[in-house]
Design a protein around this ligand. Structure first.
Ligand code: C2E
Ligand code: CA
Ligand code: CA
Ligand code: CA
Length: 278
């Protein structure tokens, strides 16, 4: 796989160990983190064109007893090389469902949707549909409030299988978002075959409008917005950092936004506090 063995692992464990040893130690630490509940979910708000918060993306963090907060880039890629990602992925889904259930008691929070990042291995697990069915039932979650974020490389690994699985999951009532759109192969032909409800434009494209003017790449953003509209998919811009980007995206027909301009990913108590103060 991609970059899992390199700098991330060395950051975690500087010193004299070989790379193989470092990876092994990090894998042990990940198992321990699961057992000792050192992972937590942060939530980043998603807003509509009117500035109302409509949902959140759940983003995993590792609260390491000695190293403090560790970002997913330092452990998700390595976890994705083994079954560890399946255990992490189950934990994330369970936490997300539990959070949705907890929010039902509060009118301010009850309508929010939660978006969950799904890894390739997790998605193609034979019991993935059963797992999600069980969790939605156990936590009495409205499936329409759960969005599964899939990447292009995930669906392209086996397009027919992906379509089949997505249809099974859609039958439960969950929604799907195409994550990081525009960064991979981005073929329009497969997008039309897959039942996505939402497309997330990658930060890379959002950054092309830093100063509020339309660069050449902005034509791609407008094309993506056009495709999403044609297929009746909602469009979410990720990584919106400036008001200029926000305004340009609005003017180009994008309706949902996520980024530091509005809020960083927040611990659940901070997110609830942030929402109440608005
Ligand atoms: P992603 O799904 O593309 O998530 C968006 C990333 O952009 C997050 O990084 C978020 O904190 C960051 N971000 C949000 N707004 C802004 C902004 O305005 N500017 C900039 N520069 N960045 C912004 P994070 O939380 O470090 O997550 C990185 C990646 O790790 C995610 O990328 C996703 O691929 C993966 N990941 C996170 N949580 C999970 C999880 O629970 N399961 C799995 N399988 N992967 C996860
Ligand atoms: Ca995502
Ligand atoms: Ca993304
Ligand atoms: Ca990404």
């Amino acid at each position: 796989a991609k970059q899992a063995g390199g700098n991330e692992v060395r950051f975690f464990l500087p010193g004299m160990l070989t790379e193989v040893e470092q990876r092994f130690v990090l894998q042990q630490a990940i198992s321990q983190a699961l057992a000792q509940q050192q992972f937590c979910l942060f939530y980043q708000p998603q807003l509509n064109h009117a500035g109302q918060v409509v949902g959140v993306e759940a983003l995993i963090r590792w609260q390491h007893p000695e190293r403090g907060m560790i970002a997913p880039a330092y452990f998700i890629p390595l976890a994705e090389e083994s079954e560890q990602i399946e255990a992490i992925g189950r934990w994330v889904l369970q936490q997300g469902c539990q959070q949705l259930q907890g929010w039902q008691r509060d009118p301010l929070l009850a309508g929010l949707s939660v978006s969950i990042n799904i890894s390739v291995r997790q998605f193609y697990q034979p019991d993935f549909v059963d797992l999600l069915t069980g969790l939605l039932r156990y936590y009495q979650v409205n499936p329409a409030q759960m969005t599964l974020e899939l990447t292009e490389s995930l669906v392209l690994r086996d397009l027919d299988d992906a379509v089949h699985r997505m249809q099974q999951l859609k039958a439960l009532g969950v929604r799907f978002a195409m994550d990081d759109f525009g960064t991979g192969y981005s073929s329009l032909s497969y997008l039309s075959r897959l039942p996505f409800d939402e497309v997330k434009i990658d930060q890379y494209f959002v950054r092309q409008s830093e100063h509020g003017e339309k660069t050449r790449d902005w034509a791609i953003v407008e094309a993506i917005i056009g495709i999403a509209n044609t297929f009746g998919m909602a469009l979410v811009a990720e990584g919106v950092e400036t008001e200029a980007q926000h305004q340009l995206l609005l003017a180009s027909g994008c309706h949902y936004f996520q980024g530091y301009l509005f809020a960083r990913p927040l611990a659940v108590a901070d997110f609830e506090h942030w929402l109440r103060r608005r």
